[in-house]
Structure formats: structure tokens, C-alpha cells
Design a protein around this ligand. Structure first.
Ligand SMILES: NC(=O)c1ccc[n+]([C@@H]2O[C@H](COP(=O)([O-])OP(=O)(O)OC[C@H]3O[C@@H](n4cnc5c(N)ncnc54)[C@H](OP(=O)(O)O)[C@@H]3O)[C@@H](O)[C@H]2O)c1
Length: 262
């Protein structure tokens, strides 16, 4: 049996308590692995209703479905499918409290040089499709202006702390993440007062299995706090954003601070 959703001391009023103590309906893109899978599992365990998008079926996806995930297929490269996807979401729920644009692709510049279309693909997955999907969801399942002034919906984009630091081997990837991060303010202006818009900009969260010991040591050496945080820090930040009705147009950097010498 699902636990009741946790409340958070950040609540500013009885109205906010009422908002955060009821189960929320959340859409997360890209729940097949790593951060998206962890966040979906965390929110399901907290008693929320979670709709997750997937491209490929994985063991993690099947486990989430067993825990109650509503799984919908979506390839963000297919922009012509976004309106139909928003319609499918609207068939599953009559309200949507939170959208987490988590899906991502991460190509090196040397891969882009060999396959130039990868630059466009990163821009589509990180920028164009999330903006268009947000708009289609607003049409299919409108967030509404509330009498108490609180937002009815929140949109969160997963960006990257390296936007500020620079990343010489991933210029296209970082440029696409910077583009969506720059749209946070504009989207918040467009959607106020019914929707607030924020971003989470992580630095290193999780290594990839293929990252060797030297790479791991070097990455950690450049952090002020040299540990691999794991995906739980994203779930903690989402909990905080859900509970704090005041936070809008914010970019929350999730890194440990960075040493500038190499
Ligand atoms: N992990 C880190 O250390 C780190 C650091 C900085 C920022 N971030 C950001 O945090 C988020 C999660 O990171 P992660 O490491 O968990 O990412 P990940 O392992 O690369 O997972 C990305 C997810 O996006 C989905 N996806 C990829 N292409 C898609 C497409 N065309 N249409 C729909 N879904 C697609 C994947 O689904 P399929 O498997 O089905 O393709 C997968 O579920 C990302 O936005 C990432 O940029 C992560």
C-alpha cells in the first residue's frame, strides 16, 4: 500500500499544505533508467500518481509498471507525435501537477562531427520537443488560474551545471541544455499565474558503467566535495520544488561546487 505523500516544512500556508498533502499527478519523460527511473520509483513510493514516457522497454521500466507506473511510449524526435501523446496523457488523468522533462541524449562533439544530425537531435530532445510538449499538454489538459494565487502546475527541466563551467568535448550538448535553461524565464512569463517553471542543473550525478577508474578519479578530484551523489539528490530537489509554492523561474544547481584548477 502506498504511503501518504510527505509534507514539507517549506509550506507557506494551510492552502499549500492542502496542495502538497494530496497525491500529485506527475509526468516524467525518460523513465527507463538512471535518474528518471529513480525519480519515478521515489514518487510512486510516496503515493503520487506517475505517468512515465519510454522509448525502449527495460527491466527498470517493467519494475516501475509493477509498482503502478502508467507507461506511455514517446520518442521526442517525433515532433509530429507530441499532440497525440498529450491527448493520451489527458485520457489517463484529469489533472497534471508536475511535468519533469528528464529525457536526454549525450553525444560527444567527435560523434557530432561524424554524424552532424546528432546536433539537431540533441536540440530536438532537449529544447524543441519539451517546449512543444508542454504547450500541447496545456491545451489537452489545461492548468488553471487558482483563486488562492498558487500555481496549478509546475514544469521542471533537467539541464546541466556544466552550462556555467564549460565542457570542451560536449559543446553541442551543453549548448542545447543552455538553450532550454534560457527558456525557463520566458515560459514562466507565458504560463503565469497557472504554471511555474524551474530547472534543475546537475553536475556529476552518476558515472556510466564504462567510465574507468582514472576518469572517475579525475572527475571527483575537480569537485569541492569529491563523492558521486547518485540520483537521489534529484528526487530530494523535486520534493523540495513540489513543496515550495513560491519557487518560480529558478535554476537549482545540483553540484558540490567546483575547483577551478585542474
Ligand atoms: N547523470 C548525470 O550525471 C547527469 C549530469 C548532468 C545532467 N543530467 C541530466 O539529468 C537527466 C537524467 O540523466 P540520466 O543520466 O539519467 O540520463 P540517461 O541515462 O541518458 O537517460 C535518459 C532517458 O532519456 C530517454 N530518451 C533518450 N532519447 C529519447 C528520445 N528521443 N525520446 C524519448 N526519450 C528519450 C532514454 O530512454 P531510452 O533508453 O528509451 O532511449 C532514457 O530513459 C538528463 O536530462 C541529463 O541531461 C544528468
Amino acid at each position: 500500500m502506498a504511503r501518504p505523500p510527505a509534507t514539507n516544512s517549506c509550506n507557506s500556508s494551510p492552502e499549500a499544505d492542502a496542495v502538497t498533502s494530496r497525491p500529485q499527478t506527475v509526468l516524467i519523460t525518460g523513465v527507463t533508467r538512471r535518474v528518471g527511473a529513480h525519480l519515478a520509483e521515489h514518487l510512486l513510493a510516496a503515493g503520487h500518481r506517475v505517468i512515465g514516457s519510454y522509448r525502449h522497454e527495460t527491466d527498470a521500466l517493467r519494475a516501475l509498471i509493477d509498482q503502478g507506473l502508467i507507461a506511455l511510449e514517446l520518442d521526442l524526435l517525433e515532433r509530429g507525435r507530441l499532440a497525440a501523446f498529450a491527448g493520451q496523457v489527458a485520457e489517463k488523468t484529469d489533472r497534471l501537477d508536475l511535468i519533469v522533462h528528464n529525457a536526454s541524449i549525450w553525444h560527444r562533439d567527435e560523434d557530432v562531427a561524424a554524424q552532424p544530425e546528432l546536433a539537431t537531435a540533441m536540440y530536438t530532445v532537449h529544447v524543441t520537443s519539451p517546449i512543444e510538449l508542454t504547450e500541447h499538454l496545456q491545451r489537452a489538459l489545461p492548468a488553471r488560474k487558482r483563486d488562492d494565487g498558487h500555481a496549478d502546475r509546475q514544469v521542471v527541466f533537467m539541464t546541466d551545471a556544466h552550462i556555467d563551467e564549460g565542457e570542451p568535448d560536449h559543446i553541442h550538448y551543453i549548448a542545447s541544455k543552455a538553450a532550454i535553461q534560457s527558456s525557463v524565464r520566458s515560459l514562466a512569463l507565458r504560463y503565469a499565474p497557472h504554471t511555474r517553471v524551474n530547472a534543475i542543473a546537475p553536475g556529476l550525478l552518476m558515472f556510466h558503467p564504462e567510465d574507468d577508474t582514472d576518469y572517475r578519479r579525475n572527475r571527483l578530484r575537480r569537485r569541492l566535495l569529491p563523492f558521486e551523489p547518485g540520483p537521489g539528490v534529484v528526487s530530494q530537489t523535486i520534493d523540495y520544488l513540489m513543496a515550495c509554492p513560491l519557487i518560480n523561474q529558478a535554476v537549482i544547481r545540483l553540484d558540490t561546487g567546483r575547483r577551478w584548477e585542474n
